[in-house]
Design a protein around this ligand. Structure first.
Ligand code: G
Ligand code: G
Ligand code: MN
Ligand code: NA
Length: 253
């Protein structure tokens, strides 16, 4: 069976799970949101990383139905968890192909309506690559999503084009600093300089800024001194299944 056929079967059998990784306010340690990250639980019970199937899903177009399943599950789960924290925001990754989809806004609005999740509790993570492909269309789509009350984050900032042009043009709420720049903090002077500049750039643009891949206290303290709004990483928690995330929320009251 080819991987493509396996993916089709997996969609029919509902074998995709959504894990959640908390995003935490740097100052208070409070969970302010979480990133939804898909996993494939194959019929033999193995958990397969998105790195091993997202590229093919993107190539074959299967990312469209897969992305809808992820979004639907993430919105349903988050709606339940608002009872524990009414300010929770769930961040969902949008691939370039999903982002170029004709009826994206309507699909998302339908899922929000069906789940009862308010648009302001959903954030979509896009990369510069997705925007580059057709900048005019992308800008129009982002403005529509923003006007519908949905939040927008630029993911993996620093690794792609890192274009100031995009920062000026896109109606963003959040900038996510790629893990590559966090990894060697605070000892590597170049990483420290770059992280410092990205954070002050975000502040000057009135964007929230999330540091990804925070694994230790030294990194946390460096980011706290710079007033980086939020952190995400193994230091606080790896991505976990929904029920485990609900437990993290309970313990974080
Ligand atoms: O969770 P993990 O670190 O294994 O994720 C690996 C990569 O897969 C990350 O780059 C992440 O953005 C991507 N990814 C995870 N879940 C999704 C998803 O639901 N949609 C898309 N498009 N990408 C995802
Ligand atoms: O969408 P994005 O490419 O940003 O995906 C985030 C990826 O980073 C996920 O695959 C997630 O599992 C991974 N990740 C999250 N926190 C950490 C961390 O602290 N260390 C490392 N090495 N990876 C992380
Ligand atoms: Mn992401
Ligand atoms: Na990233």
């Amino acid at each position: 069976l080819s991987l493509e056929n396996s993916l089709r079967k997996a969609l029919e059998r509902d074998e995709f799970l959504v894990y959640y990784q908390p995003k935490v306010a740097t100052g208070t340690g409070r969970i302010v949101g979480m990133e939804a990250l898909v996993r494939w639980q194959s019929s033999d019970g193995r958990l397969i990383s998105p790195l091993d199937f997202i590229p093919l899903a993107e190539e074959t177009g299967l990312i469209i139905p897969l992305g809808e399943q992820v979004l639907r599950k993430a919105c349903r789960d988050t709606k339940q968890w608002l009872a524990k924290n009414k300010d929770l925001v769930v961040s969902v990754n949008l691939s370039p192909r999903q982002f170029m989809q004709e009826n994206l806004l309507q699909t998302i609005m339908d899922i929000l309506q069906e789940s009862g999740l308010p648009p302001a509790q959903l954030e979509l993570e896009v990369t510069e690559g997705a925007v580059m492909f057709n900048e005019q269309a992308a800008l129009a789509t982002l403005h529509e999503l923003k006007e519908a009350g949905i939040r927008l984050a630029l993911d993996d900032f620093g690794t792609g084009y890192s274009s100031l042009h995009f920062l000026r043009k896109l109606p963003l709420n959040t900038l996510k600093i790629d893990r590559a720049f966090i990894m060697e903090l605070p000892t590597d002077p170049n990483s420290a300089a770059i992280a410092t500049i990205i954070i002050s750039l975000a502040q000057a643009l009135h964007l929230e800024v999330v540091a990804e891949g925070v694994e230790n206290i030294a990194q946390l303290e460096f980011l706290r001194r710079l007033d980086c709004t939020e952190i995400q990483g193994y230091l606080f928690s790896p991505p976990v299944p929904g029920p485990a995330f609900a437990e993290l929320l309970n313990a974080n009251q």
